[in-house]
Design a protein around this ligand. Structure first.
Ligand code: PLP
Length: 352
């Protein structure tokens, strides 16, 4: 709040109010760096995950030429920039894990950036970044390795798991911070071209006046996330298991997507045979259960999931898929309510 009221200074200015804002940004940078396992000067504040992902892919291409490579299940904030520059898209297996042989086959001296997400936003599958890094360092020595850790930061130790990556994107609203702010780790020595030119903020990599309140809020949320992660995992993991187990036991024709042990704790992705997810989501919404189908897109419309298609799930099978996301606010009572509501809604739709 102070940065929206009394300390509403521009951190790039020189007077006292600006200096207070600058101090807050500097402190937030140190805290974010500590949580993400990098040095403070390696943190670049952005407007969110999309900007960080675009910066990683397009900034690498503009800074070093060559070709971009990513997996077929990346968020569109990575996939679209890669495709827009004629990059290579690597297959995943039916479990959603990147095919390391296909990845190696897509790599060569020309590749300047490889992007493999840490955790997927639709099905929650976690990628083996160490093995990915080994393949990239061997076959594409010139490439920057980027990971989109937007969905991982709440659940996983990004500092450890992404330690081999040159570029790491996060977004505050996925771990309880404000919307419209994020960060990218750009490890020392990694050369990328800026996407936004102007005042030269953020080591010339991202010009524009800092979103001070957003940055401070993000740092606070990230610190709280890291400090309470073990309790969150211990509480949410069994709730997710109960939601999936109860629904698959209660209803015939329910398939859980992905291998549970390879997914983040808050992700429960289920496919209900013979049901249209849009109709199901409508009934759930009416009963106070907020869920989604594929990723949330700008229009709010349900687009077919490129993630499920990449995992080899047929169109028919994907049609009844729903993504239940648990988080730090999720309670046992809510899961019990969701089990009842989903059970009744699926039975009602199937009876029609
Ligand atoms: N990457 C992943 C994996 C996401 O889930 C999202 C948003 O849902 C983004 C990137 C985009 O982040 P933002 O909404 O902060 O632009």
């Amino acid at each position: 709040m102070p940065f929206l009221t009394t300390d509403f200074g521009n951190p790039s200015g020189a007077h006292a109010v600006s200096r207070r804002a600058r101090k807050a940004v500097d402190e937030a940078r140190e805290q974010v760096a500590e949580c993400l396992g990098c040095r403070p000067f390696e943190v670049v504040f952005t407007s969110g995950g999309t900007e960080a992902d675009n910066m990683a892919v397009l900034g690498s291409l503009d800074g070093g030429g060559g070709t971009a490579v990513c997996t077929a299940i990346e968020h569109h904030a990575v996939l679209h920039p890669v495709e827009s520059r004629g990059g290579r898209v690597v297959a995943v297996g039916p479990d959603g894990v990147v095919d390391l042989d296909a990845l190696s086959a897509a790599l060569d001296e020309e590749v300047s950036v490889v992007s493999v997400m840490l955790a997927n936003n639709e099905v929650g599958v976690v990628q083996p970044l160490e093995a990915v890094a080994a393949a990239v360092r061997e076959a594409a020595p010139r490439a920057r390795l980027h990971t989109d850790a937007v969905q991982a930061a709440l659940w996983l130790d990004v500092a450890g798991l992404a330690a081999t990556c040159d570029l790491v994107s996060v977004s505050a609203h996925k771990f309880g911070g404000p919307k419209g702010v994020g960060a990218m780790v750009v490890r020392g020595g990694t050369r990328i071209a800026p996407r936004t030119l102007g005042g030269g903020q953020e080591r010339d990599l991202r010009s524009g006046t800092h979103n001070v309140a957003g940055i401070v809020g993000m740092a606070a949320a990230l610190r709280a996330t890291v400090a309470t992660r073990n309790e969150l995992l211990a509480r949410i993991s069994p709730l997710r298991d109960r939601l999936a187990d109860e629904l698959t036991a209660r209803l015939p024709g329910v398939v859980e997507t992905g291998v549970r042990g390879r997914k983040v704790a808050g992700s429960c992705h289920l496919r209900f045979a013979g049901v249209e997810s849009e109709a199901l989501l409508f009934l759930l919404d009416e009963a106070g259960v907020c869920a989604s189908a594929a990723s949330a897109c700008a229009s709010g419309a349900q687009a077919a999931s490129h993630v499920l298609a990449a995992m080899g799930v047929s169109g028919d099978d994907a049609r009844g898929s729903v993504r239940f996301s648990l988080g730090w606010t999720t309670t046992t009572a809510e899961i019990d309510h969701a089990i009842d509501v989903v059970g009744e809604a699926v039975e009602r739709l199937r009876a029609r």
